[in-house]
Design a protein around this ligand. Structure first.
Ligand code: UD2
Length: 312
């Protein structure tokens, strides 16, 4: 397998490229503009992993990077619901126009399949839990709408242009290397940093909103399966654990792991925030043989250990 991972220097992308190499991929190119990714996320001592600096908005650069690739894993994006509300133009441009370039270039270069990182945010506040792929999407933020548009392009490139594509709706992925350096960072990375620095985190709203936090190595394994599974082109799958925890429960859990009694502060709810999120994993189990290996607690322990070593 010769693979390109867009966003390969990011938190999830760099876990994926390690998984691809461990699963026997011959070469993996991380295509990344280092906007939110980091060179230091890439494995230092693996000559089969390389970084191509480039932006998915640059069609020619994307095309050049995809030449000779069998598989493309499209993870590059400007994430974050609040960022897409505060500054919608860049996220629209990267997440929609950039994704269009990726599909177009993959088709042009004869790539066998593109696996696209979609988002659980597409569901919005649909009242039923868990969220099933057959539900009508209901995006509540520009980010959610952009990620949903990427899914539509993925399926249209499959039906109109014969490019094999699979979309995976990632559910709040967490784990080592998630960058806590921005107010837009994922909540668990901010919780970890807060505990290590002894500074209270802010919980937006009452903390009773819930998420299906999914450990990054389980997501990487699922993405790889989506590349190889037969008869799934054009389909959309949840990539979640199937559980949900409130932020209050999660903060308490983490404090136990860290042996801390730090109290969180509370602030106003965030616009565009989804209240509850939980994946139905039936479809992924059936078609992709999905079987998460990490409980939430185990994922939290491993992640906290990583932050303790790397932020200390
Ligand atoms: C959304 C998607 C997720 C992924 C992500 C990418 C949902 C349900 N999930 O994550 O799958 O695509 O976007 O960015 O839409 N919070 C605090 N304090 C903080 C930071 C966050 O309380 O300092 C809260 C936030 O209000 C939210 C929860 O924590 O209720 C999770 O926030 P997040 O930014 O980590 O991820 P979220 O759910 O927007």
């Amino acid at each position: 397998m010769r693979a390109v991972v867009t966003g390969g220097a990011g938190f999830i992308g760099s876990a994926l490229l390690r998984h691809l190499r461990a699963s026997g991929a011959d070469s993996v190119v991380a295509f990344d503009n280092l906007n939110s990714g980091h060179r230091h996320n890439l494995p230092a001592a693996d000559p089969a992993v390389s970084l191509t600096l480039g932006d998915i908005r640059d069609y020619d650069a994307v095309c050049a990077a995809f030449a000779g690739a069998d598989f493309v894993f499209h993870l590059a994006a400007i994430p974050s619901v609040p960022r897409s509300i505060n500054d919608p133009v860049p996220s629209h441009d990267v997440n929609i126009n950039g994704s269009f370039n990726v599909f177009r270039a993959a088709q042009h270069c004869g790539v066998r399949r593109v696996v696209y990182a979609a988002s659980s945010s597409a569901y919005g506040d649909t009242p039923t839990l868990p969220k099933v792929e057959s539900m009508q999407p209901n995006p509540k933020s520009p980010y959610a709408a952009q990620k949903l548009m990427g899914e539509h392009y993925a399926s249209v490139f499959a039906s109109c242009f014969g490019l094999e594509t699979v979309s995976l709706r990632f559910f709040n992925v967490f784990g080592p290397r998630q960058d806590p350096g921005s107010p837009y960072s994922g909540v668990l990375s901010l919780f970890m940093k807060a505990l290590i620095e002894g500074q209270p985190p802010t919980i937006f709203g009452d903390g009773e909103q819930s998420r299906d936090f999914t450990y990054v190595e389980d997501v990487a394994a699922l993405v790889y399966k989506a590349a190889l599974a037969p008869s799934v082109s054009g389909m959309v799958f949840n990539a979640g654990n199937g559980d949900r925890y409130t932020l209050n429960q999660t903060w308490d859990f983490l404090k136990q792991i860290a042996g801390s009694d730090l109290a969180a502060s509370y602030g106003p709810s965030r616009p565009g925030d989804v209240r509850d999120s939980q994946a139905d994993t039936t479809l992924a189990r059936r078609y992709l043989n999905h079987a998460p290996q990490f409980t939430f607690e185990e994922g939290l322990r491993r992640t906290f250990q990583w932050y303790r070593e790397s932020l200390a």
